[in-house]
Design a protein around this ligand. Structure first.
Ligand code: NAP
Ligand code: MG
Length: 502
């Protein structure tokens, strides 16, 4: 029998969830009986033990997904029926909004005020959006020069998809991955991040309740180098989709190449520039730049971590930015505190990595304008931090810190600005703040990034594609573009009276 855990929230509520591996719509223990501990990052205390998948468990999950692909899902369930089931899942997410949000906040540390109004509602919106696509993802008929043939394409499901997700938006990344995969008829084996497996386990109950047939969606908790690696190199997984670090993304691609050349999509890191022009609405720009880096404790792949402020407004802008950061420092608290905006970092490891970056920044000669310290005396909280006068080749200017640490630069000449903004391995996102709309658009078109915001930041919609240029990834999630990641295009050529050549 797989285990259960009762979670106690600071608000007094409790939730009991199953902690096994979810295979064939049943919670089962790992074959070798192993479990691992899950920690509340606001306190550092253990809150649950969950099953830990080994490569053997991945094999079992893949067999279940393969059988479901052949026998019940894929071409066996009418596309409109797949859509209907996903619509039901979206409804169930909405009905369980607060419980899912509480679990997410306890496990990840993010404010409940945000998980309950943003993360979980966005999960429902994403699932519903792709549910709508299920019976609308048609191929084309194609006219060619010879009129004696008929040509058309079909968008067929790829098969069994392996999906590996990170810990920063555990439920939302779950939805981004499963919704397009299931809508297009694939079956799935998904591994959650070791730091944040709990909200997906609650989702598994809803998946069964929504009527997703057994084997269509299998969810395992476990570690990257074991369960994740087994997915990436599995000979019977047809596609792997990954969100996380660039380092691991490279490994996934190598494993896919040296196993069965499974299809790969990657959503990796970023070092995204935020550009402020002297004609920007200053208060707005300060607020968006703050949200751009401090939202989700800086643990956002498209965080605006390199800020470029035009020299003529630099001093005024920085004064206002410092005030905002001071305000957020006062709102850096346990996610269940009413006025929390910035929770803890997700783990001791992430906390240590960020503090190391801050120390390196000081040694590299950057000026620490604000923050830079641990916040409070328990949990993994870090003060909102600003560095100025940062050397171009400093590590803090080059590497993704994935924490509440902003690097600020001054700019004067627009051409030089664009070159500096693009001078990074990454190309996930960028933002421009200006009231001059033509200038905003011109700059947006010159930036090498998959997403550019004008006068906002971090705002994403299920309908609009998201993904990276350069080392930030391969493929697009969200929007109609995401469907291509989960379908094989088949061209059918039908002879209409054409004679054989010999
Ligand atoms: P990570 O190691 O890349 O983790 C992401 C996912 O990949 C997790 O599920 C992880 O498993 C799994 N994984 C790890 N090693 C693997 C392997 N060899 N084969 C297959 N899967 C593997 O990221 P992290 O260590 O948690 O965070 C490190 C950095 O990644 C951050 O500082 C940040 O720069 C970046 N990051 C980016 C995003 C994003 O949204 N683009 C999200 C999170 C992190 P575990 O369960 O064992 O972790
Ligand atoms: Mg990791």
């Amino acid at each position: 029998m797989a285990g259960k855990a009762t979670l106690s929230f600071p608000t007094g509520e409790k939730s009991t969830i199953s902690t096994g591996l979810f295979i064939d719509n049943k919670f089962v223990p790992a074959l070798d009986g192993k479990t691992f501990g899950v920690v509340n990052p606001s306190t550092g205390e253990e809150i649950a033990q969950v099953s830990e998948a080994s490569a053997k468990d991945i094999d079992v999950a893949v067999k279940s997904a393969r059988k479901a692909f052949k026998e019940v899902w894929g071409e066996k369930t009418p596309a409109s029926q797949r859509g209907k089931i996903l619509m039901r899942l979206a409804d169930l997410v909405e009905q369980n909004n607060d419980e899912l949000a509480r679990i997410e906040s306890l496990d990840n540390g993010k404010p409940f005020s945000i998980s309950s109004t943003f993360d979980v509602p966005s999960v429902a919106a994403n699932i519903r959006y792709f549910a709508g696509w299920a019976d609308k993802n048609h191929g084309k008929t194609i006219e060619v020069d010879t009129q004696s043939d008929f040509h058309y394409t079909r968008h067929e499901p790829i098969g069994v998809c392996g999906q590996i997700i990170p810990w920063n938006f555990p439920l939302l990344m779950f939805a981004w991955k499963i919704a397009p995969a299931l809508a297009t008829g694939n079956t799935v084996v998904l591994k959650t991040a070791e730091q944040t497996p709990l909200s997906a386990l609650k989702m598994c109950e809803l998946i069964a309740e929504a009527g997703v047939p057994p084997g269509v969606l299998n969810v395992v908790s476990g570690f990257g180098p074991v369960a994740g690696a087994a997915i990436a190199s599995h000979m019977d997984i047809d596609k792997v989709a990954f969100t996380g670090s660039t380092l691991v993304g490279r490994n996934i691609m190598k494993a896919a190449a040296s196993s069965n050349l499974k299809k790969v999509t990657l959503e990796l890191g970023g070092k995204s520039p935020t550009i402020v022009c002297d004609d920007a609405d200053l208060d707005n720009a300060v607020s968006w730049a703050t949200c751009g880096i401090l939202m989700n404790s800086g643990q956002v792949c498209c965080a605006g971590s390199r800020l470029f402020v035009q020299d003529t407004i630099y001093d005024k802008f920085m004064e206002k930015l410092q005030e905002k950061f001071t305000m957020i420092k006062g709102m850096t608290k346990d996610g269940f505190a009413k006025d929390s905006f910035q929770g803890p970092q997700v783990s001791q490891l992430q906390f240590d990595r960020i503090m190391e970056h801050i120390e390196t920044g000081k040694k590299e000669g950057a000026t620490l304008r604000q923050g830079g310290n641990r916040h409070g005396d328990k949990g993994y909280f870090i003060e909102p931090t600003i560095f100025e006068n940062v050397p171009v080749d400093a590590k803090i200017n080059r590497e993704e810190i994935f924490g509440p640490v902003l690097v600020v630069n001054k700019w004067k000449d627009e051409e030089e600005l664009i070159a500096r903004a693009n001078d990074t391995l990454y190309g996930l996102a960028a933002a421009v703040h200006t009231t001059h709309i033509r200038k905003g658009i011109e700059i947006a078109h010159k930036l090498q990034a998959g997403t550019v915001w004008i006068n906002q930041h971090n705002m994403l919609n299920p309908q609009v594609p998201f993904g990276g240029f350069k080392a930030s990834g391969i493929g697009r999630e969200l929007g109609e573009y995401a469907l291509a990641n989960y379908t094989n295009v088949k061209a059918v050529h039908l002879a209409l009276g054409r004679q054989p050549p010999i």
